[in-house]
Design a protein around this ligand. Structure first.
Ligand code: ADP
Ligand code: MN
Ligand code: MN
Ligand code: MN
Ligand code: MN
Length: 387
């Protein structure tokens, strides 16, 4: 029977978990939902959805509360709390974890009033940043070099999965045609679920993010968008909120969004990265290529350390992706070149021609924490850090 042994119960529960999703509830009549959402929201009430990174360092959580005034800035928002024992951020006996509002964006989901998304940092009982609050240290670093005007452009790749965990739109128990037609692909068998991409693009712009572009990626049902160039901590704040918005849109369509750096390990399929493009003012000035080359020289001595910061499992996730194949360089060695996609650091051709601009670090995984990535980049390149 179904309940024959504890392992089959577990298996069954996991199956249930994977198959039941919001999309099953889509059989609920959307016209009925709309009837209630059409009710006017009282003018003295707004919804603030507090968002934070949980104990995985990778997944987001959120909860919502009513506020009596539209906040003009993040300082007007009060700290809040959540049950950290349910998010792997505290133990049951001492479970309250603090949410400290860090950045504020327009809510693109509940319309009709000036509702907000609030990105938060997490603090433990002693008001120390939790293990997965890497924003606190990143912010300090960015403040130290604020006068150098650091810019980041983050290329977020992701894969759409069906509710059963198989890539969205792929034939079941089979593979689509080999890679080739999908990158920037156009057509019913080349581009999968463009609706989601376009909904996400618009929602991000509405929310106030510097979303600067999008393209279909090399693997079928894999996509990319870019945040930036954006200054300092804001680039990473925006990337996290853009991920949140994407996950919420995925909920509505019943499509899973995966940031796994290598969703299809067997076969000839590209992984998913989050290339980090970086410059400071000196690099963008005429002759800035000299500064770029200095930066690359510094980075060449710190391969192992950087790899630790480029995925949420201290480099383990990237061992699946940075194989030296599929437009990557091996995680084991540092390489750089102009216009090559098989290196750790690429100098874009245009930068080489103009002799100034920025460089691209191709190593961060799609599920990286951008606070960790941009922090270590600045520490190595601008602060000559040895940690
Ligand atoms: P590719 O796919 O060829 O690597 P993309 O167009 O996807 O290139 O990404 C390039 C990124 O570089 C963009 O996100 C852009 O914001 C960023 N970028 C452009 N100029 C700078 C700069 N001066 N400093 C940092 N990032 C930059
Ligand atoms: Mn409760
Ligand atoms: Mn790109
Ligand atoms: Mn790409
Ligand atoms: Mn790139």
């Amino acid at each position: 029977t179904l309940l024959g042994s504890s392992s089959s119960v577990l298996l069954h529960r996991r199956t249930l978990f994977r198959i039941r999703s919001t999309n099953d509830i889509r059989q609920l009549d959307q016209l009925i939902t709309q009837k209630y959402l059409n009710l006017p929201q009282p003018s003295n009430k707004i919804l603030a959805t507090y968002i934070w990174i949980d104990g995985t360092g990778e997944q987001l959580r959120s909860k919502t509360k009513t506020m009596s005034k539209v906040p003009d800035n993040v300082e007007e928002l009060s700290w809040w709390m959540f049950d950290g024992s349910s998010t792997d951020q505290a133990v049951g006996e001492n479970s309250d974890v603090y949410l400290k509002p860090a950045a504020i964006f327009k809510d693109p989901f509940i319309l009709g009033a000036d509702n907000k998304l609030v990105l938060c940092e997490t603090y433990d009982a002693n008001k120390k940043p939790t293990k997965t609050n890497s924003r606190a240290d990143c912010k300090k670093t960015m403040e130290l070099i604020a006068d150098q005007k650091p810019l980041f452009g983050l290329e977020q790749e992701y894969t759409l999965l069906d509710r059963d965990g198989w890539p969205f739109g792929w034939p079941k128990n089979a593979f689509p045609s080999p890679q080739g037609p999908y990158y920037c692909g156009v057509g019913a068998c080349q581009a999968y679920a463009r609706d989601i991409v376009e909904a996400h693009y618009r929602a991000c712009l509405y929310s106030g993010l510097d979303l600067s572009g999008t393209n279909a990626e090399v693997m079928a049902s894999q996509w990319e968008y870019q945040i930036g160039p954006t200054e300092g901590i804001a680039a990473s704040d925006q990337l996290w909120i853009s991920r949140y918005i994407l996950q919420r849109i995925g909920e509505e369509y019943g499509v899973q969004v995966s940031f796994d750096p290598k969703p299809m390990e067997c076969g000839d399929w590209n992984g998913a990265g989050c290339h980090a493009n970086f410059s400071v003012e000196n690099m963008r000035k005429p002759g800035g290529i000299k500064e770029i080359r200095k930066a690359i020289e510094k980075l060449s001595h710190r391969q192992e350390i950087h790899i630790k910061y480029y995925d949420p499992s201290q480099g383990l996730d990237n061992t699946r992706r940075l194989t030296g194949k599929h437009e990557t360089a091996s995680y084991k060695s540092f390489t750089s070149a102009t216009a090559s996609r098989n290196v750790s650091i690429r100098i874009p051709r245009q930068v080489d021609e103009e002799q100034c601009g920025y460089f691209e670090d191709r190593r961060p995984a799609a599920n990286c924490d951008p606070y960790a990535v941009t922090n270590i980049l600045v520490k190595t390149v601008c602060l000559d850090s040895s940690d």
